[in-house]
Design a binder for this molecule. Structure first.
Ligand SMILES: [Ca+2]
Ligand SMILES: [Ca+2]
Length: 322
């Protein structure tokens, strides 16, 4: 999420892949239907937030819940979560993370990240969004908070991602010793685990039906050279032009000393070994991040088809161990 290597080659396993064909498979109400669109371009009007699909998630045999935030109540648990302010984001992204409470709020059982367009004209800086992290460090953190870190196990979140050209939602992790939040390791020497990223410019329909997972780390001895090696580990595109944002889905990793496995709604779509000596980053505690970027190097810029505001709903995040 932090840097540009998403433009490198995709190595991931592909469980399901389908090119988009026209708009007939998009289930949302389609105001442009009947225009005889022959371009093959997918047209979507407005998806429903929150989606109504029931939660049927099961963690699988042997997994025991060790921690969760179900986002009940009316406020974000500020002992765990920090809304990170970031006025100059990475990757040529267009949004600003303002840390305003309304950009990440808890309501009706969900944490809701909101992306708004606040002005017309030049897109840079014209959007506000949220970046919510479970590390209280960093210049905008609350050092009195405990935060929450994870080492191994299953980390899962039930999320309805935003949709539209130019949206880049992410659910990911950084090593707790990352300098961005006050640690001693410059990125990516603390490691990065991307559980969910959607919106890739490389994927059909601006990645709206695609999710990818990756690792970043420093392969140099002692992590001294600040090299960024991106391990593209997981990639899946939904069939029939389906959009990730049409409903809540569970995005998760299963992480042990040998490997990390990526799953979407319980179905594995990627795996990467972490037992190599150079992958030492992935055997220490990590904190979690949820954010929605707009534009930037991973995706495309929004255009007149992109609806604002956009939302990322997080029903829950859970950590299971076994
Ligand atoms: Ca390393
Ligand atoms: Ca919930």
């Amino acid at each position: 999420m932090n840097k540009d290597c998403r433009l490198m080659k995709i190595l991931g396993a592909i469980a399901v892949s389908a090119m988009l064909i026209g708009c007939s498979s998009v289930p949302a109400a389609d105001e442009s239907a009947g225009d005889g669109s022959a371009s093959g371009e997918t047209r979507v009007s407005v998806l429903e937030y929150p989606a109504k699909n029931p939660d049927v998630y099961e963690p699988g045999n042997g997994w025991t819940l060790s921690w969760s935030d179900e986002f009940e109540g009316t406020t974000l648990d500020e002992n765990v979560w920090t809304r990170q302010k970031m006025m100059f984001p990475y990757n040529n992204e267009l949004q600003r993370y303002t840390a305003a409470p309304e950009t990440a709020r808890v309501e009706d059982g969900n944490m809701i990240l909101t992306v708004e367009r606040i002005k017309e004209g030049s897109m840079r800086g014209s959007f506000t969004s949220a970046r919510v992290i479970s590390n209280p460090g960093g210049e905008d953190g609350n050092s009195a908070a405990e935060g929450k870190t994870f080492l191994y196990g299953k980390i899962a979140a039930r999320i309805q991602v935003p949709y539209g050209r130019g949206l880049w939602p992410a659910f990911w992790m950084l090593g707790d010793n990352c300098s961005e939040t006050g640690g001693d390791a410059a990125w990516p020497g603390a490691g990065e685990i991307d559980i969910l990223e959607s919106g890739s410019v490389k994927a059909p329909n601006y990645g709206q039906g695609t999710v990818s997972g990756a690792l970043h780390h420093d392969p140099s001895p002692g992590n001294t050279r600040k090299q960024n090696l991106c391990l593209d580990s997981a990639l899946v595109t939904l069939p029939n032009g389906e959009l990730m944002g049409e409903k809540f889905r569970v995005y998760e990793i299963e992480w042990d000393k040998e490997k990390i496995v990526w799953k979407l709604d319980g179905v594995q779509f990627g795996e990467m070994s972490i037992s190599e000596d150079t992958r030492d980053e992935f055997h220490k505690p990590f904190y979690v991040l949820f954010n929605v970027a707009v534009g930037g190097n991973f995706t495309v810029s929004p255009d007149e088809t992109t609806v604002f505001p956009q939302y990322m709903y997080v029903d829950w995040i859970r950590h299971y161990t076994r």
